[in-house]
Ligand binder design. Structure first.
Ligand SMILES: NC(=O)c1ccc[n+]([C@@H]2O[C@H](COP(=O)([O-])OP(=O)(O)OC[C@H]3O[C@@H](n4cnc5c(N)ncnc54)[C@H](OP(=O)(O)O)[C@@H]3O)[C@@H](O)[C@H]2O)c1
Length: 310
């Protein structure tokens, strides 16, 4: 009997560990063969940098394996501390995590890319990132004045980062299809990801279809759009819309969970940001239901082609 109980207990521990290692979000294959978890933790918020270490801890505990940051956010050191904590505590290994960071606009010169990534890696305390993105197609000088740098030139620096093993996958953010095609025409590497703003008020069907046609995975930033109140106010969508409430009731989920599920069911990868442990857990608790095509249409009917970020 004792032996049986010990075996059952050991099995329970092993299955808990393997569930913890796998995380809650299934993965999607990128065009270079690597895999990206289909939901990640966003981290943008200049006034919440200090909270990010704990947020990474809470997120990994809740089953996240994908964290999104950027040189611009100023939080790579705190995120790195959070990553070190979960690895040191044996909750996950580095290879279980998928970490994205981004090249800022003032480092678009071909020879600036690898040094910029090395600086991010040093702050994160990592030897490589899983995904490095050009944050935006707009190049600036150090003072923030717009300058002309061909995106194809910046991409050569990105390729170098991949060749050196400093970034497992490379991609872009805020690029339109012409800019992506300019890269494809001048390179052997198609970007693996385009990270763009997508939510029910800005559904971007055409942009998504153009990316999918080229084998590019689309990461949806600001996935809640105007369904959460934002600094600057205005534009908040009525969360009490009866059609949305009906969907939420049907699945026993919150409106925010329905919105994330809408993006997942469109084959997008949402990266909701939260520093609140309950909401962090809520946002990844979306893999036990699926919307019908009709419900996807209802959530998408809030589209107004309206962006939060220019
Ligand atoms: N590539 C780019 O140019 C770009 C641009 C913007 C954003 N991003 C990335 O995308 C991430 C997400 O975008 P975002 O931060 O703009 O917006 P978001 O994730 O759509 O919304 C974040 C806001 O929603 C609140 N929230 C989170 N979960 C909630 C829930 N379950 N119920 C109610 N409120 C909830 C958060 O507050 P609490 O923290 O208090 O929960 C926060 O105020 C960013 O953090 C960043 O990593 C990339």
């Amino acid at each position: 009997m004792k032996l049986l109980l010990a075996t059952v207990a050991a099995f329970a521990v092993i299955s808990t560990i393997s569930a913890a290692v796998r995380g809650k979000a299934p993965t999607k294959q990128l065009n270079d063969g690597n895999h990206i978890p289909s939901l990640g933790l966003g981290s943008f918020g200049f006034d919440e940098i200090r909270k990010m270490r704990q947020a990474v801890w809470d997120a990994v505990q809740a089953g996240y394996r994908h964290i999104d940051t950027a040189a611009l956010y100023g939080n790579e050191v705190e995120i790195g501390k959070g990553i070190a904590d979960v690895i040191k505590q044996g909750i996950v290994k580095r290879e279980d995590l998928f970490i994205t960071t981004k090249l800022w606009n003032d480092k678009h010169g071909r020879n600036q890319v690898v040094p910029a990534l090395r600086e991010s890696l040093q702050k994160l305390g990592l030897e490589y990132v899983d995904l490095y993105l050009i944050h935006s197609p707009e190049a600036t000088d150090a003072q923030g004045n717009t300058i002309k740098v061909d995106v194809a030139e910046t991409w050569q620096g990105m390729e170098e980062a991949k060749r050196l093993g400093l970034a497992r996958s490379i991609g872009v953010s805020n690029f339109n299809i012409e800019q992506i095609d300019r890269i494809i025409k001048n390179s052997n590497f198609v970007p693996s990801v385009n990270q763009i703003e997508i939510h029910p008020s800005n559904t971007k069907e055409k942009e998504v279809a153009d990316c999918f046609e080229r084998g590019i995975v689309v990461v949806a930033y600001s996935p809640f759009g105007f369904f959460v109140s934002r600094a600057g106010g205005g534009n908040v969508v009525n969360r009490n819309d009866p059609k949305l409430l009906n969907i939420a009731r049907k699945y026993n989920k919150s409106i925010n969970q329905v919105i994330l599920r809408y993006e997942l069911d469109r084959d997008l990868i949402p990266i909701p940001k939260s520093t609140n442990p309950q909401r962090i857990a809520e946002n990844i608790n979306v893999f036990d239901f699926q919307l019908t095509p009709e419900e996807i249409g209802i959530v998408g009917s809030f589209n107004q082609n309206k962006s939060i970020f220019d």
